[in-house]
Design a protein around this ligand. Structure first.
Ligand code: F6R
Length: 249
């Protein structure tokens, strides 16, 4: 299902409300979370609602999608740092229920296996929030990642390093590798919300709309999911065909 809104603000409010509804309906929900600039206004809206409504998050469990290899949790560009800055520092979530891949793990393969196993031990993801890369990646599953993948180490594509270079002082400091939940981990979530906003996502959203399910476009794996919502602003949806825009709610 597509939801298309005029503005980023409306996209973020809708997405935050979906998260909030899930938390209210299932206080012990297991949430899969994403980082990136798309999610910043989503988390800002979510926090605002949560604080107004004094929502109890003490039973929630979270698993983040990915983390750069080589960045410590206190590095300002690590996803760990991002999550505490934008969400966790402002919520009363028990630390043992918050999970992020460890970018400094010494036994990285074991750490990857334990991460997917921990998601399963928690009962699986009730809701996975996703952004999308301009090359169609979800998490850091780059083009040609096997759709049967579990948490693994990935070499970031040149496009992703260019896109994410904006967060680093200079391009050469963008990490070359990351740990990411696999596509199968993501597909096993009971519900998925993919959010894309702004002109940098216009091309890929049009490509995704037309694409068959194909490992060359990682987000196309989501087309086989029974409970997927794609939330776009007008800019990201700009090249969707007329009939898609009409049928979007
Ligand atoms: C981040 C993640 C990535 C981003 C994607 C879009 O945890 O998994 O897939 O969602 O790269 O990033 P932004 O929102 O910065 O355009």
């Amino acid at each position: 299902m597509y939801k298309i809104f005029e503005t980023v603000d409306e996209v973020s409010r809708y997405t935050a409300q979906r998260l909030l509804d899930k938390i209210k309906a299932t206080p012990a929900a297991v949430l899969g979370l994403a980082t990136g600039s798309t999610m910043e206004p989503v988390y800002a809206q979510l926090l605002q609602h949560m604080q107004q409504l004094a929502v109890d998050v003490s039973q929630l469990t979270t698993f983040n999608l990915d983390e750069y290899i080589g960045l410590s949790a206190d590095h300002p560009q690590s996803y760990n740092f991002y999550m505490y800055q934008h969400l966790f520092n402002h919520l009363n979530l028990p630390a043992q229920r918050v999970h992020l891949p460890d970018g400094l793990a010494s036994h990285i393969e074991e750490a990857c296996q334990s991460y997917s196993a921990a998601i399963q031990a928690a009962g699986g993801l009730d809701l996975q929030l996703l952004g999308i890369g301009s090359n169609g990646h979800i998490g850091f599953n780059e083009p040609q990642t096997c759709f049967n993948s579990r948490t693994h180490v990935v070499e970031l594509s040149a496009q992703t390093r260019i896109d994410n270079g904006r967060f680093f002082a200079d391009q050469s400091q963008t990490p070359s590798h990351a740990i990411t939940m696999g596509i199968l981990d993501i597909l096993e979530a009971k519900e998925i919300i993919l959010v894309a906003t702004g002109p940098n996502k216009t091309q890929i959203m049009a490509q995704l709309y037309d694409s068959p399910i194909d490992e060359a476009l990682p987000a196309s794996a989501l087309k086989q999911h029974p409970n997927l919502t794609i939330v776009l602003d007008r800019e990201a949806a700009a090249l969707l065909p007329e009939h898609a825009l009409k049928s979007a709610v």
